[in-house]
Design a protein around this ligand. Structure first.
Ligand SMILES: [Zn+2]
Length: 282
């Protein structure tokens, strides 16, 4: 997401938004300001906050876009008029006096599959909308402080993917980070030694830095949906552990999702038991 925001910023900063074509009505989460309010305004920057792409305009209005799991973003040069299946919105930017004066660029947001979860918000100046109450970003002082001092008793895997606790990790990177830090996904902050906290901090920063370096070198489309294979642990159950311990990664179910971990490196050789939420126990 960080690399995507950097590429969009390079491509579009300074351009003017000429059109916002709503192609799917459920994706827009705000009523006011209207998307039309940014038309004719210059895009100052595209940046990332947690899993949101934040588009800031010269009048202080921002658009926050959350692609969600199945969402993708296509850049169209020149913009198309099509309405592919799963389309949510198409933004059209240009650098001339109007959309058809000089080269223009379309940005199509769409989703694969049947779940419509990609969402966007038009935020008035001073309104943080979904960006409010997000936890600190890895790499910040606040993030380091959190890792060193948290006394949370929740599972680490839960805290790592909770955007209100810390931003921009999620379950995929969470698996990779915990494996590198050699911590059980079912451990909690409260149980960690100072050495384990430092290991978690350096694993989090290391894993995310490497991921970003890799993403920056990636050529081709700007899609977020085709990033499978970027994880070294997540989703790789039965493959060899990347630490070279000689054992295979295992998967375990927790609530409604699956985690991948190495029993040898992370849980003292123990296989974790599934902890699925039972529908019978409410
Ligand atoms: Zn291992």
């Amino acid at each position: 997401m960080q690399a995507l925001s950097e590429r969009l910023n390079t491509l579009l900063a300074g351009a003017t938004m000429f059109r916002a074509d709503l192609l799917g009505f459920s994706s827009l989460k705000t009523y006011a300001p209207s998307p039309d309010s940014v038309l004719g305004h210059r895009l100052v920057s595209v940046s990332r906050r947690a899993k949101y792409l934040v588009w800031e305009f010269d009048d202080g209005v921002r658009i926050a876009l959350h692609l969600s799991q199945a969402g993708r973003l296509d850049v169209e040069q020149p913009p198309k008029q099509t309405r592919p299946r799963g389309s949510a919105v198409r933004f059209v930017f240009g650098r001339g006096a109007n959309a058809f004066d000089g080269p223009s660029v379309g940005v199509l947001i769409r989703e694969y599959g049947t779940h419509r979860k990609a969402s966007w918000w038009v935020l008035a100046p001073g309104d943080d909308g979904p960006l409010a109450r997000l936890g600190p970003e890895p790499g910040s002082d606040e993030f380091a402080e959190l890792i060193r001092t948290s006394t949370s008793t929740r599972h680490l895997t839960t805290d790592l993917r909770d955007q209100h606790v810390m931003s921009g990790i999620g379950r995929g990177w969470g698996d990779d980070i915990l494996q590198r830090a050699r911590l059980s996904p079912f451990a909690s902050f409260k149980s960690l030694t100072p050495e384990q906290r430092e290991a978690l901090l350096s694993a989090a920063i290391g894993v995310l830095d490497e991921a970003l370096e890799l993403e920056r070198t990636r050529e081709g489309g700007l899609s977020e949906a085709k990033l499978g294979g970027r994880f070294k642990v997540h989703g790789r159950a039965d493959e060899p552990c990347p630490s070279g311990c000689g054992h295979a990664l295992r998967r375990v179910s927790f609530e409604s999702y699956e985690m991948t971990y190495c029993p040898t490196c992370q849980t003292g050789g123990r296989e974790l038991k599934d902890r699925r939420m039972s529908r019978l126990l409410k």
